[in-house]
Design a protein around this ligand. Sequence first.
Ligand code: B4P
Length: 188
Amino acid sequence: MASEVIVLMGPPGAGKGTQAARLAKAENLRKISTGDMLRAHVAESSELGRKAEAIMKAGDLVPDDLIVAMVRREVESMDEIRMLLDGFPRTPGQAKALDELLAEFGTELTAAVLLEVPEEELVRRLVQRAEEEGRADDDETTVRKRMEVYRTSTRPLIEFYEKRDLLARVNGVGDVDEVTERIQEVLS
Ligand code: B4P
């Protein structure tokens, strides 16, 4: 099988986690979700988890070097690079590190999928998840901070990938199945 690297981008609550799980299974890719990995470290109270906990609770981004090291370990463990990156890269520094890492392994990014959802729908979803799951970073103040961090740190990546003709925009509003189909369509 040929190597394949898909990046799934979008603001908090856009459906990255939801879609990543479905797509990874359907496309036979390893799902690498930096948010899930960080939450697992926090739950285990590992050294990284202890560093990340307060940062995540505040809605800020965990430092690039810690995130890149975490992703590198995953890539190093693969016989063939076939992965779906959920929530990584999130800063220009991470995007550059990803390019370098892939080049080191003789491959490159296949596509970056941007899930587009209006802000009022994002807030609605995250408030609902807060009620259902009680995630530490889903309260309203933190959600607003996460949106602001997305605008300043992550949004510049849209142009970065657009210029390289790697970006595919997908409407993230609607039935979860429908959104999956839209993503599969742009990737095919
Ligand atoms: P993430 O875990 O990536 O959290 P997120 O941006 O909120 O996306 P999430 O995946 O949770 O939302 P989703 O859209 O799936 O990151 C959490 C934190 O970890 C960050 O704030 C940061 O501190 C840290 N972090 C992670 N990666 C990092 C990195 N690379 N660098 C630095 N720091 C990093 O789901 C939202 C809700 O919407 C769910 O309840 C879902 O059920 C619902 N939903 C999904 N699709 C829907 C649809 N079509 N219709 C209705 N509801 C839908």
